[in-house]
Design a protein around this ligand. Sequence first.
Ligand code: CA
Length: 232
Amino acid sequence: MAHDIILVIEDEKDIQELIRFNLERDGYKVLSADSVEAAGKMLVKQLPDLVLLDLMLPGENGYDFCRRLRSEERTQHLPVIMVTARDEDADIVAGLEVGADDYITKPFSPRVLLARVRAVLRRRAVEPEDSADRLVRGPVELDRTRHAVRIDGRPVAMTLSEFRILELLLRRPGVVFSRYQIVDAVHGSDYPVTDRSVDVQIVGLRRKLGKCSDQIETVRGVGYRFRTDAAS
Ligand code: CA
């Protein structure tokens, strides 16, 4: 929405200016910082609506900063989009695991930048995190207390793992979860993580979702998300 305040933390001046130009043209108010230290001082004075966070910064890096935002009550729900070098999947996964909401890879097009910003702001405005016992996303309905899933009102039998994965994705539609986060949600953090074990579960889950199977989107090299565009 226009007049939302966006804090851009980016040490490369050209990119910082490019981001500022495009956001301001779209009606956002932009604050810029060259480092995490500078951003921290700004955050004390004013809480923005969203943070665009470069990961590779002089001094404290973006990962540690994001982890810190999540650990502090005042900033724990502050939307963060990380900005990362292109195709470095490991960086993207690491960023999501410290709590970033989404990511943009450099070089990015202004259209992609604005689309991601709008989507994250919209998502956060609608639901910080849906903690309801009954989750309804389009034809998909999950009832946590009864441990039941319905598609178009028809019950669908799920394994416990499939149910937990679906619940995780439905609680925060549009958010990308890494395979590690998915395993953590299903088995707890002590469980050995293999990409394959998650992928196998997703195959089973998609099969059971039938016509809604494509709402679980594979984000290449990163993980999975429940698509919001098809969920309304
Ligand atoms: Ca940088």
